[in-house]
Structure formats: C-alpha cells, structure tokens
Design a protein around this ligand. Structure first.
Ligand code: NAD
Length: 255
C-alpha cells in the first residue's frame, strides 16, 4: 500500500485531501499544529481501516521537517506521495507589512516545500515512483492587493513545482500544483471576520462582494474537489501530467 504525507493536514484543505486518500486506502502521515492532531490521525485510521501516523513538525524548522520525513520512511518504508499544503495568510498594505509575517509566510508556504521535497527525493528516485503535489492558490497565478507575501510565496511554489517536474521526469517523479480559489476553511473564516470588521459590513456581504467577486462561479471551492484532484495526480495513470499549475478556482483565472 502506498503512503502519502500531507503537511498541514489536521485542518481545512489538508484534512479534506487526507480523507480522499483514506478512501483509497493509502497509509497517511498527518502533520499540523492543531492540538488534537494525534486524535485526528487515530480517528481517521479507525474510520477508514488504514494505517496513520502524526507528526507535529513545525514547517518553520528544517530539522523538524527532516526528522518527520525520516520517521515516515522508517514507519512505512517510503513516502510515495508528498502533498505540500501547510500555509498561513496575512493581509496588509506593503508599507505596513510586518517583516516577521513576510518571513513566516515565505518559510511556511514556500521554503518548507523545498525541505520536504529534498528529503523524500532520494527514496522516490530509487523506487522510480514519486508524486509531489503542491497546494498553491489562484494567487500562485494572479495577484490581489495587500497579499504581497502570500502571492510571492505561491508564485514561487508554482516555479518550484515546474523545476522539480523537470528534475523528476527521468525517475517517474511528477510534480504539480493545485491552485484553488476560495475554500471555506478556518484560514478563510478568519479573513471573513477581519474584513467584516475592517469594512464595517456583514460577513455575507464580505463573501459575495469582496471574496467571490473574482470568481465567475459564486461558490466556495469544495475540499472534496481538491482531494479528488490530488488522488488523481497521485495515480499511476497521471504519469505524464507534470509541471502544471491547475486552477480549481470557479473561473477566476479565465478572466
Ligand atoms: P487552515 O488554516 O485550515 O489549515 C492550515 C494547516 O497548516 C493547519 O493544519 C495548520 O496547523 C498548518 N500549519 C500552519 N502553520 C504551520 C507550521 N508552521 N507548521 C506546520 N503546520 C502548519 O488553512 P487551509 O485553508 O486549509 O489552507 C491550506 C493550504 O491551502 C494553504 O497552503 C493555503 O494557502 C492554501 N489555499 C487555501 C485557500 C482557501 O481559500 N482556504 C485557497 C487557496 C489556497
């Protein structure tokens, strides 16, 4: 049975992706900062009849990332599929953007994917199979004001995806980015509340007039659609699908 490691999988999109891999009976390595991480991993293991483990590795700390991958390989023999999903957001005009927020966004949303990839690479190369799936964003393809660090990190992640797709091609290692529009997760719920306060308008108005304004389809993207795409990208069938950035964004990038 194949093993998938998903960073930031004890909440939101990562958790949704994990459930789709659980349905396909993968072993799953969970990671994330939520305090109930170990319980989430255990419960999903029981519910779907699969093997799981949990790592609290902080994506800001390269030595913890390395230890997480080593532990995963020791436990399951390999990491066949790597999903780089952990991410944070901070919204501010560039002139006021706090340096520590810039650094944290670049480290978690971009640099951690470099560290995880670096440490799974040798084994993927040896076994001539690897699937790397980076959860970028519509903001990996286009910008919005006040999100300088996030947009920079996500554009960087798309560039990183293309590079490792080229390096991985001789070894049946593919790399792709999924670029979601708005998904209703804790990350976005916080933004809705913040924007409602800033603009002094109800949350429903923030959703319709500010958030979904850029999407042609005026609906949040479902975590299931992202999870099912990730499962397909991880399959043997998707061996020539590599180096792409796939928008699942309600038509945002069509405009
Ligand atoms: P979320 O806040 O629900 O989940 C983020 C996960 O990342 C959590 O498990 C959290 O613990 C983990 N995480 C954060 N910092 C970490 C760190 N230092 N070390 C380890 N784990 C850490 O958010 P989400 O909306 O599910 O976001 C998941 C990914 O999807 C992010 O990369 C985000 O940028 C991207 N994304 C989200 C949306 C959206 O609308 N929600 C849209 C496009 C892309």
């Amino acid at each position: 049975m194949k093993t998938v490691l998903i960073t930031g999988s004890t909440s939101g999109i990562g958790l949704g992706i994990a459930k789709e891999f659980a349905k396909e009976k993968y072993n799953i390595v969970f990671n994330g900062l939520e305090v109930d991480g170990p319980q989430i991993a255990e419960n999903i293991g029981k519910e779907y009849g699969i093997k799981t483990m949990y790592s609290p590795a902080n994506m800001l700390k390269p030595e913890e990332i390395k230890a997480m991958i080593e532990q995963a390989i020791t436990t399951f023999g390999s990491v066949d599929v790597l999903v780089n999903n952990a991410g944070i957001q901070f919204v501010s005009a560039v002139e006021d953007f706090p340096e520590e927020k810039w650094n944290a966004i670049i480290a978690i949303n971009l640099t951690s994917a470099f560290h995880t990839t670096k440490h799974v690479w040798k084994k993927m190369k040896e076994q001539k199979f690897g699937r790397i799936i980076n959860i970028a964003s519509a903001h990996g393809l286009v910008a919005s004001e006040f999100k300088s660090a996030y947009v920079s990190a996500k554009h960087g992640l798309v560039g990183f995806t293309k590079t490792i797709a080229l390096e991985g091609a001789p070894f049946n290692i593919t790399a792709n980015a999924i670029c979601p529009g708005y998904v209703k997760t804790p990350l976005v719920e916080k933004q809705i509340a913040d924007q409602a306060k800033t603009h002094n308008i109800p949350e429903s108005e923030v959703i319709n007039k500010i958030m979904l304004q850029k999407q042609a389809v005026k609906e949040f993207v479902s975590v299931e659609s992202l999870g099912k795409m990730a499962v397909f990208l991880a399959s043997d069938t998707a061996n020539t699908l590599t180096g792409t950035a796939i928008p699942i964004d309600g038509g945002w990038n069509a405009q």
